[in-house]
Ligand binder design. Structure first.
Ligand code: ATP
Length: 519
């Protein structure tokens, strides 16, 4: 097969951190090529170079050569990258919510009503033509929606498909880079996307597929390249690779799966939502009840968009909650009151709600934790005004960096400079630092590599067994929940459909995921 993209000795340095060491890589026409590696191994850096991202330019550019169709090209910005036929869909989606789906897809490629294009400022956009073409390109990824509706009206999952369609609309497209395209999709949506990607590749477009889900990588990719600490470690074809081998190359050691062993859970309820209503902005969940038991690890799952996150978001005041909630037998009010009583939420939308992006790893990790960790204060009896005990904080932060395997230069590095997965780990560290009585955590392992996933699950279990923190995990990763939870609540159409206790492999459990019961 002919080569579409080739890089020679690609090199990137951020100050003293070498993010990519002299990478040689080739992508063939119509190939789906998996790019895998632990958090911080250099995957995004590699793709950001190919896509001419601003952060590469601002940090001194890159070294090495890039060839498209065997012709050397210089990629200075995303425009030059698009001109060469490279398209990318990032983990953080970038649609303009107020614009219609068709305007997003056709942005800078609009059809103009015949004759008006000659008078630039009076050119009339051919909305009907745009909508027709947008619908046609969306059908390439199996989606049929109203393309005249605003993008913000669609779920994150659909936006993912719309972004891919936007790239496919570029008729020059040769290379499509997808960074974790399935991380927020459920099983059906993932399968749908993978099927369409196979079809797109068979029509001659080459795909670079970045994912931490190795089962998907081995399902769909013709070849796989493994990066570790910015070095290209190995490259396999379909008949050479298997998940175990790839994982070993990524991490350098075998990954042992975590499972819950013992716990101190009781039958007593610690947090009780009694026929409350929770409004998430676009959905109203009415008359819903849930009792969380003291000391348990409770999983909340269901198909995406069915409301797994509402209890945590509601009690912390991010969604509007009305009705009675009791915590340790007493009325608790959303927001500050809940926090002061010992409830903490680590939301799934970390970037928007969790991280202080311009502050250091250390500041992020201990933010808000002095309330329950008096050892972080200089004079605990005098409260925060007495100042912080920096020595204790520093050694605590260093120990968290080590146990969570966070790739950072030091505790004072700005969080913005960390890779996506390492930023997530900082959030997890903060939730653990707060030592809450009850922790709500959303999608704790999204975007995290296979090794670090296990560390995070282990730490949540440790918090539960050693600090007696009740943990509520809302997640679409059902197999992880099955390993670590005492009970799993399944949400369906905005309410709790069923709560399972230990019988997670039953037919009833599988059916409940799609709102059905055993006859
Ligand atoms: N703007 C920056 N300034 C300083 N260092 C950076 C910057 N961007 C990335 N790095 C460093 O480069 C290395 C590679 O990061 P990169 O984001 O490419 O990893 P990744 O493989 O995509 O990780 P993840 O799976 O977590 O997304 C990391 O050590 C990261 O801290």
């Amino acid at each position: 097969m002919e080569s579409v993209l080739r890089v020679e000795k690609l090199h990137k340095r951020f100050g003293e951190v070498v993010a990519l060491h002299s990478i040689d890589f080739e992508l063939k026409k119509g190939e789906i090529h998996g790019l895998v590696g632990a958090n911080g191994s250099g995957k995004s850096t590699f793709m950001n170079i190919l896509f001419g991202s601003q952060n590469i330019r601002e940090s001194g550019g890159y070294g090495g050569k890039i060839f498209i169709d065997e012709k050397e090209v210089e990629i200075v910005d995303s425009r030059s990258s698009m001109r060469e036929g490279i398209g990318m869909v990032h983990q953080e989606l970038s649609l303009i919510g107020e614009l219609s789906v068709s305007s997003n897809i056709k942005l800078n490629r609009e059809n103009i009503v015949g004759g008006t294009e000659r008078f630039k400022q009076f050119a009339i956009v051919d909305e009907a033509g745009n909508r027709k073409e947008a619908s046609a390109v969306l059908s390439k990824v199996g989606v049929e929606i109203d393309t005249g509706a605003k993008a913000k009206n669609y779920s994150t999952n659909l936006k993912q498909f719309i972004e891919i369609a936007r790239e496919l609309d570029n008729e020059k497209l040769k290379v499509l880079i997808l960074d974790e395209p399935t991380s927020s999709l459920n099983v059906e949506e993932t399968n749908l996307l993978l099927d369409h990607l196979r079809q797109i590749a068979s029509e001659g477009i080459s795909i670079i597929f970045i994912s931490h889900r190795l089962d998907e990588v081995t399902d769909i990719c013709d070849r796989v390249t493994v990066l570790r600490d910015g070095v290209l470690i190995s490259q396999y074809t379909r008949d050479e690779y298997d998940i175990k081998r790839i994982a070993l190359d990524m991490i350098g050691k075998e990954v042992v799966q975590t499972a819950k062993t013992s716990g101190r859970r009781s039958e007593n309820g610690i947090l009780k939502f009694d026929r409350v209503s929770i409004n998430s902005g676009d959905r109203n969940h009415e008359d819903i009840s849930l009792e969380v038991r003291e000391g348990e690890v409770l999983g909340i799952t269901g198909l995406a968009g069915h409301g797994q996150e509402i209890f945590g978001y509601g009690i912390m005041g991010l969604y509007n909650l009305e009705g009675s909630v009791l915590f340790e037998g007493k009325r608790v009010y959303p927001g500050k009151d809940a926090f002061q009583k010992g409830i903490y939420l680590l939301p799934d939308e970390r970037k928007e709600l969790g991280l202080l992006i311009e502050q250091s790893v250390s500041e992020n990790m201990v933010f808000g934790s002095h309330v329950r960790r008096k050892e972080f204060l200089k004079h605990p009896s005098l409260g925060p005004l007495s100042g912080f005990n920096q020595k204790t904080i520093d050694s605590y932060v260093d120990s968290m960096i080590e146990s969570l395997n966070i790739k950072t230069k030091s505790r004072s590095q700005t969080v913005r400079e960390l890779s996506g997965g390492n930023q997530q780990k900082v959030c997890i560290a903060r939730a653990i630092s707060v030592k809450p009585k009850l922790l709500f955590v959303g999608e704790p392992t999204r975007g995290i590599d296979i090794y670090s996933k296990e560390i995070i699950l282990k730490m949540l279990l440790k918090l539960n067994s050693e600090e007696n923190t009740t943990v509520v995990i809302s997640s679409g990763e059902v197999s992880e929940l099955k390993r670590v939870c005492d009970r799993i609540a399944i949400m369906y159409e905005n309410r709790v459909f069923e709560i399972f206790e230990g019988d997670f492999e039953s037919e009833a459990f599988a059916l409940a995921m799609s709102g059905r019961r055993v006859d």
